[in-house]
Design a protein. Structure first.
Length: 159
């Protein structure tokens, strides 16, 4: 079935089963491999993308349910004001270790700032708890989100 998707500011006609997970359409049909497969059951956050600015797990979101929403992936989130600030803070705080979870982490953090421009530690922890990082960079993730929200670098990698 042909469906029209709006991804990263461009329209794409895709001929897939409507029940296909959005993750696989992004990766296998559109070639946008920045969004990662982790658990396949929306528990790890590696597959996080935005639908109309809100974080969703693309491994359990069907392509049909994405409908006419504006889909943003890690490939384009840096073109948004909050995404750009998050990516800059991620770099300055040296958040990344292995990097596998980082696209999902960045997408969730950006969605947090879209909805709450001044999150406190509890807000950050609540939203980011759905994103797993095997390397344990959680203190640097929190520090980077705070830096992106406030515009102040803080001191050291941990904040």
């Amino acid at each position: 079935m042909a469906l029209l998707l709006h991804v990263n500011g461009r329209s794409h006609s895709v001929d897939v089963d409507p029940d296909t997970p959005l993750l696989w359409v992004l990766r296998d049909v559109l070639g946008l491999t920045g969004t990662k497969f982790g658990c396949g059951v929306a528990q790890c956050g590696a597959c996080t993308v935005h639908l109309d600015g809100h974080a969703v797990r693309s491994c359990v979101t069907t392509v049909e349910s994405a409908g006419s929403s504006a889909i943003t992936t890690i490939e384009a989130v840096g073109q948004t004001p909050n995404g750009s600030r998050i990516q800059k803070a991620w770099h300055e705080k040296e958040v990344v270790q292995c990097g596998y979870c980082q696209p999902g982490q960045i997408m969730s953090a950006t969605a947090l700032l879209n909805e709450n421009p001044a999150p406190n530690d509890n807000d950050i922890d609540a939203v980011m708890s759905g994103n797993i990082c095997r390397c344990g960079t959680y203190p640097r993730i929190r520090a980077a989100i705070k830096q992106a929200a406030t515009g102040t670098p803080g001191n050291g990698n941990g904040g």
